[in-house]
Design a protein around this ligand. Structure first.
Ligand code: SAM
Length: 284
């Protein structure tokens, strides 16, 4: 498991969009206190990390899109912090992670999930929680997960699931990527992973309800069966450059995005109230 080589210092690629950086700066302020309590609790995190088999304190783990380090706090319960690297494209998110005492020995790296600054066959475990919905090309990110893992290493990707209820589906579709369960499996298999498994997760008070989708709805794992790069061939990554945006389109997108975000802050509160009112054992 040992043989850690430090990843090179890495700065945000010139293609990284400023808009996304501003959004993540704003989100770094609200994640831990507003978003996570309704969608991503400590119980859920521990449940979602179980299939990652973090069973050796010496294993090398990369937490991609690690943000403010909420998921990393779950990882360092099982793995020595100095074997864990937190990677994120946002320096504002990483600054919050750095302030957390249990994470002070973690390596902190700025970088892009779709172009990881780690050598091939580097890590024993790849973890990414609640980040895929922001990646422009999820298949490319999962191919990178495969590349950086050692032979027999395991990827554990935790992410949203698509709603079936019409209004939640509308807001999900205008907001960000809420993949379907079968899409996760397909991305993992195409990247070359074997033994791909999907575990459903969700807040306790939802009683298993999935019609509104979930911002954290599943934990998908796969094992790397051969060393080296992924067998999947993808063309070069598209340049992510800022194009001039029509101000009306920008305002419309902003209003729709803000309504969708509000909807997904309110849904867990609504479900929590329902859970309080509807007798236990009955569906909600
Ligand atoms: C919702 S936060 C999740 C943070 C953390 N994993 C957790 O469980 O609380 C999503 C994170 O993904 C990061 N992110 C989004 N796209 C990324 C990319 N292409 N490369 C690296 N990080 C990315 C964002 O900056 C943000 O910190």
């Amino acid at each position: 498991m040992n043989g850690k080589t430090k990843p090179p210092n890495y700065t945000v690629s010139s293609g990284t969009s400023n808009t996304r950086l501003y959004v993540s700066m704003f989100l770094s302020i609200v994640y831990d206190h507003l978003i996570n309590p309704g969608h991503w609790t400590e119980d859920m995190r521990d449940h979602a990390l179980q299939p990652a088999d973090l069973d050796d304190r010496n294993m090398l783990v990369v937490d991609v899109g690690g943000g403010t380090g909420f998921t990393t706090l779950g990882i360092v319960k099982h793995v020595d912090a100095n074997n864990v690297t937190i990677l994120d494209q946002s320096p504002h998110q990483l600054a919050k992670a750095k302030q957390k005492e249990p994470l002070k020995d973690c390596e902190i790296v700025e970088g892009d999930a779709e172009n990881l600054p780690f050598r091939t066959d580097y890590a024993d475990r790849y973890v990414s929680a609640g980040s895929i919905e922001y990646w422009p090309d999820p298949q490319r990110g999962i191919k990178e997960a495969y590349r950086v893992l050692k032979l027999g290493g395991k990827a554990c990707l935790i992410g949203p699931v698509h709603p079936t209820f019409w209004l939640s589906r509308f807001f999900a579709d205008v907001w960000m990527l809420f993949p379907k369960e079968e899409e996760y499996i397909e991305w993992f298999e195409k990247a070359g992973f074997k033994d791909v498994q999907l575990k459903r997760i969700g807040p306790k008070w939802y009683r298993g309800v999935r019609r509104h989708g979930l911002i954290m709805g599943c934990s998908v794992t796969g094992i790397k069966p051969a060393s080296g790069d992924s067998p999947l061939e993808l063309g070069p990554k598209e340049e992510d450059v800022e194009k001039p945006v029509n101000p009306f389109v920008f305002l419309l997108r902003f209003a729709l995005g803000a309504s969708a975000a509000t909807w997904f802050v309110l849904v867990p509160i609504y479900m929590w109230l329902k859970d309080q009112v509807v007798p236990k054992g009955q569906p909600i």
